[in-house]
Design a protein around this ligand. Sequence first.
Ligand SMILES: *Cc1c(COP(=O)(O)O)cnc(C)c1O
Length: 358
Amino acid sequence: MEYTFPVTRTANPKPRPADETQLGFGKLFTDHMFLMNYTEGQGWHDGRIVPYGPISLDPSAMVFHYAQELFEGMKAYRTPDGTVQLFRPDKNIERMNNTCDRLCVPRIAPEVALQAICQLVDIDRDWIPHSKGTSLYIRPFIIATDPMLGVHPSKTYIFCVILSPVGSYYAAGINPVRIMVEREYVRCVKGGTGLAKAGGNYAASLIGQKKAEESGFAQVLWLDGIHRKYIDEVGAMNVFFVIDGVVITPDLTDGNILPGVTRRSCLEILKKWGLPVEERKLAIDEVLQAQQEGRLNEAFGTGTAAVISPIGELYDCGRSYIVNNNEIGPIAQRLYDAIYGLQTGVLEDDMGWTYKIG
Ligand SMILES: *Cc1c(COP(=O)(O)O)cnc(C)c1O
């Protein structure tokens, strides 16, 4: 790929983290970031790579008041032969533009967004950690910058990409998590922004997460906002259940499920393996009843951060429902090995999902 964005290199490179076991998630950032401006009438312009640092905005900038903000999340991985690769970046960029449509933000040409990400990762490639399970998290985001308080779509925006070396999610092994079914709050409703990767969705979900943590649970299982019956997502991950050997995940038709790249990849791999898969509405009662009858084989969340996060326990209305003896199930394990293997270049990419940088 030919890179064309102008680069201003930092005069003060930061020391790289010496101990990769202490990276955690999203705590450290690399030396550079990508910026691009949008001005109505002019379009997206002045893409550039500059030293990582604060962005100065007018206090009246719209993003601070009406949350016209969206983001993406993806990773760059170091492969055994030393190359650096992305996993299905076209899917993230397509989703970013779909989120733009929902939030009245102007789209970015996919090739421009991809070039921005690739050139930035290439410049900061020495920041990609080496230990097993680590990666470079990529956070593209767009904010509305018009300095005015009238409620309407902004006429100016900033597109920014920052990079963060992140640690192994499963340094201590893949341990199933305890999940609380959330009956009070909802993450989104049909017709809302559930399908968009918008910061506002996260702001609305914090209270459920806080409540769950205070009660000793890792995450909440969200139910739909209208019937309070159908399963939505688990925390900020898509969710899968295996009942009687059939893999079931909520379908995207109502627009209240975030179309995860990991979700999609799981579905495509499961179909390739010839396992029975259903995308449909799934009531919480169906899941809990299946557990009571010994037919709930597995439950797990999917997302870029963890790939697969097995659910060991569901807690609802004072009752605890243990899943698969609180162990990771065979389908979750097999999916994890397949997707993680592709992402990190340990397995040969027979799906055409990886994208090499540099
Ligand atoms: C990002 C996200 C996911 C997971 O999507 P991936 O592309 O698999 O990382 C799921 N749910 C929500 C709410 C998200 O924001």
